[in-house]
Design a protein around this ligand. Structure first.
Ligand code: 5GP
Ligand code: MN
Length: 313
């Protein structure tokens, strides 16, 4: 329970992984909101990189800090949805200076790197795990919105196999707090800007199949992003669309983050464990959704990946 973790704590910082996604933002802001509402005596701050525009409807989003303060020592640092210390990005130094650290996560690659750890790889989302640590009666509509957002995103709107009966029960209890569930789904998951749809179309058009149609790959260069006026935040959902191609077991999307450097997103629909592939190259994630950053040309990266994919197909 959160109550025990917060005993004797006067200052707490919350942080999540770089390029925060729905679950990262939902779990961090949900926990932040809950602590603010229920522990007036505790000073809580939340640290995250820029979040997608569609998440700005969350009130607490305005309070996110994007830089670390001069005084760096918090009594407690809570790290959410983040499988290792390096992925904290700019807030890593707050984690390192904190008197105590606590990690809540569901990444299979998480090696329990904090002082106290609450890690369940089979959980749908970190937001579902945060929910389990809270007192249901004390969850307000504002907290519920955040946690619901996180669950929606990490389950692909209750679709992926990580969605358990318990996940639906948690979602039901959050709905009972009066949130506008369908609006959260529509506005944050399905709605795309025109430019986002264009780059999706471009990535689908450029994609190709290999390994007898079991693997699909596409890539987005910085030039393509410039042409369409998009940033990496706008690429969410593309790899999922690649994955639903009939016959495909592994979907791969590369996007260029620097010259000769690509962020790789991997998704699996069969028995392939993509977290193993990502971990092999220094990344991590879940069995069916993982990522890593790799160096080289598109051709090099695909070549290197395909060796590891082939071992599992
Ligand atoms: P995405 O493809 O959406 O960026 O990430 C899929 C999953 O893999 C997420 O759970 C994410 O946290 C994890 N992931 C993505 N990139 C990396 C990475 O470079 N390192 C690690 N450890 N995990 C990653
Ligand atoms: Mn997550």
């Amino acid at each position: 329970m959160l109550k025990e973790v917060l005993k004797h704590v006067k200052t707490v910082a919350i942080g999540g992984h770089v390029r925060p996604d729905g679950d990262c933002v939902g779990s961090c802001l949900g926990l932040y909101q809950y602590i603010k509402e229920n522990y007036e005596e505790i000073q809580a701050d939340v640290y995250l990189e820029d979040i997608p525009d569609s998440f700005h409807f969350i009130k607490a989003a305005k309070e996110i800090r994007h830089e670390v303060p001069d005084k760096k020592e918090y009594d407690l640092f809570i790290v959410l949805d983040c499988g290792d210390k390096e992925r904290l990005g700019f807030s890593k130094e707050l984690f390192e200076h904190a008197k105590e650290t606590f990690c809540v996560d569901h990444h299979i690659s998480n090696l329990a790197f904090a002082d106290q750890n609450y890690i369940f790889p089979e959980a749908s989302s970190t937001s579902e795990l945060v929910y389990r640590l809270l007192d249901l009666e004390k969850i307000t509509k504002e907290t519920a919105e955040c946690l619901y957002l996180g669950i929606v995103h990490d389950t692909g709107v209750f679709q992926y196999s990580c969605t358990a009966p318990e996940t639906m029960e948690v979602a039901a209890n959050l709905m009972r707090k009066g949130i506008n569930a369908s609006e959260i789904i529509e506005k944050t998951f399905y709605e795309k800007t025109f430019a986002q749809n264009q780059i999706l179309g471009r990535a689908l058009f450029e994609s190709f199949l290999f390994m007898d149609g079991k693997c699909i790959v596409s890539y987005i260069t910085q030039r393509m992003m410039e042409f369409h006026g998009v940033t990496p935040k706008d690429l969410e959902g593309i790899v999922s669309q690649l994955r639903v191609t009939k016959g495909v077991e592994v979907a791969v999307l590369l996007y260029e983050t620097a010259p000769h450097e690509y962020k790789v997103s991997l998704r699996a629909s069969g028995d392939v464990d993509v977290s193993r592939i990502a971990q092999y190259f220094g990344g991590g994630g879940h069995k069916k959704a993982a990522g890593v950053t790799m160096k080289g040309t598109v051709h090099d990266v695909i070549n290197n990946l395909s060796g590891q994919i082939h071992l599992q197909l």
